[in-house]
Design a protein around this ligand. Sequence first.
Ligand SMILES: [Zn+2]
Length: 291
Amino acid sequence: MNELLFGYSTVPIIFVTLFCIGLIVGSFLNVVIFRLPNQLYTRWRTEAKSLLSIKSSKESNQTDTLIWPNSRCRDCSHPIKLKHNIPVISYLILRGNCRYCSSKISPQYPIIELLTGIIITLTIVQFGLSINGLLAIIFSTSLIALAGIDFREKLLPDQITLPLMWVGMLANTQGIFVPLIESIIGASAGYLSLWSIYWIFKLITGKDGMGYGDFKLTAALGAWLGWKMLPLIVLISSGLGALVGISAIILGLKSQNSQLPFGPFLAISGWLAMIWGDSILLWYTSLFNDF
Ligand SMILES: [Zn+2]
């Protein structure tokens, strides 16, 4: 953080404020993670029915939107009062149980809230309170939502990946993170590299190793961070994926045939590349200069 800009005494206040804003943003991200997939499933069901000329039954197609209705218990549907909806604190006070039906509240709520608080603070430490910082927050929070949705539903919605890619490219028309040419090549190479791996894998094994959402997310990462970061991103994400996959099999948490969503690993490595990518690449090239 730039001490000249903020002065030493105000720095902790700014950190605390940013962290609290992050908790609130995290609580909205939870809503996106839980509700967006349901909206999409309802839409796809309606489209499928109309395509197959199946008359809609009387069941209502109405689903929750991102802002309506207010938060409610996922078990008993009781509306949650504002005082029971304070990020992290309410979860601790209620000891992780619904106030009305005592069912367990998903630990995802406090985890995403805390994570968003930490990530927003670290992002601003890195980029400062600036347009770059604001854009980096848009990038980081989109990645949190995508990782959460992919983890739960094995789905990376176009509704997030595609706008994320376009915003990254627009930001780089001003060279905010990388020159525009690196961003365009990054988006194209990001999509095409995973797309090629997918088809080679599919032709050899007959299996789907990834989904198209993974290609679009990699394209978005390339649009934001430029093509030079792509090898690092693919390396970290596949390394992490293999590590977690093998550990899960050893611990008996998943069978060899069940698939692990790749999106969360792409999101983690994309975020690491945004924050520390330049330093990692510098360190890496310095290893070869020593020879
Ligand atoms: Zn309840």
